[in-house]
Design a protein around this ligand. Structure first.
Ligand code: ZN
Length: 291
């Protein structure tokens, strides 16, 4: 695994969503594995791994078909709050340490569960809407509108200059020494490259030229898709916006090596795409991390 949620490991088998087809079949559904999800919390076994239960054991809730893994159907039941006896833990905390296939299904489940929690009413007419397509759509019974799960694209970028130094920033709320790549949400009507250039200009006053896509990471807390880029700066002089960013500077590889070893510089945890972008640029051993 390069970072948390970096690959899908289950077949979403969307053709089984209609008319509850996923419930039909051999064994009357007794072979279906079910995850209990409440917002970003999932049922676990002692907080160490996901707790999969059978259809019969599942509490009342709305159903979400996740797909097929190793020939076995997997689903989630969405509840307001996961019962304490099922040892709920936030996926944000447990996601990086569970098996990749479980992480893949849990991030799917949490992304959709969080959307249902905050989108119970039709955005067109205001009537209460109903779950359809095995949890992947909400349909309004009054005006007929279909509403689909929301994913908000956000760009996250490692910008380098002509000396191949990396541009890192410290958010106003962070302690001294904690730095990361810059990031921001994509706005309607702009391309991803435009979003990278605009965010960097807004936050630190640096002009960016070429932008190259690197990788993406689903981050459903509540609904982001982090789109990772490398970008080339066309200028050097930093002017921080003093709103989102309190401090920003250029770091050489040697500085990152030395300052992380002495803990004067703390970088994002290994599970994040931000850390991965930094590691790709650095190429060597990077130490310190915040948790
Ligand atoms: Zn409606």
């Amino acid at each position: 695994m390069d970072f948390a949620f970096d690959h899908a490991h289950h077949d979403r088998a969307a053709h089984l969503r209609k008319d509850d087809a996923w419930r039909q079949g051999s064994g009357g559904g007794s072979d279906i594995r079910v995850l209990v999800v409440g917002g970003e919390h999932v049922a676990t076994l002692g907080g160490a791994g996901l707790r999969w239960i059978s259809l019969d054991e599942a509490p009342e809730g709305e159903w979400l078909f996740l797909g097929i893994k190793d020939g076995v159907r997997h689903a989630a039941v969405m509840v307001d709050r996961v019962p304490a006896e099922l040892e709920p833990v936030s996926l944000r905390a447990i996601g990086p340490s569970i098996a990749p296939a479980d992480a893949s299904m849990a991030v799917h489940a949490v992304g959709i569960a969080r959307w249902h929690q905050t989108h119970r009413f039709c955005a067109r007419c205001g009537a209460a809407s109903e779950v359809a397509q095995a949890g992947h759509v909400r349909v309004c019974p009054v005006c007929g509108a279909h509403h689909f799960p929301r994913t908000d694209p956000a760009v996250i970028m490692l910008i380098t200059d002509d000396q191949d130094r990396a541009l890192l920033g410290r958010q106003a709320a962070w302690p001294e020494g904690r730095f990361s790549t810059l990031a921001g949400f994509v706005e309607p009507g702009e391309t991803l490259g435009d979003a990278v250039r605009r965010e960097v200009m807004e936050e630190v006053g640096i002009e960016v030229g070429d932008v190259t896509y690197a990788a993406s990471q689903p981050w459903p807390f509540p609904s982001s898709l982090m789109l990772g880029f490398f970008g080339r700066a066309l200028s050097h002089d930093i002017t921080v916006d003093q709103d989102e960013i309190a401090e920003a500077r250029w770091f050489s590889r040697e500085e990152v090596t030395e300052l992380t070893a002495s803990s004067e510089l703390l970088l994002p945890p290994n599970v994040s795409i931000s850390r991965w972008l930094l590691q790709q640029w650095h190429g060597g051993t990077v130490h310190g991390t915040w948790s």
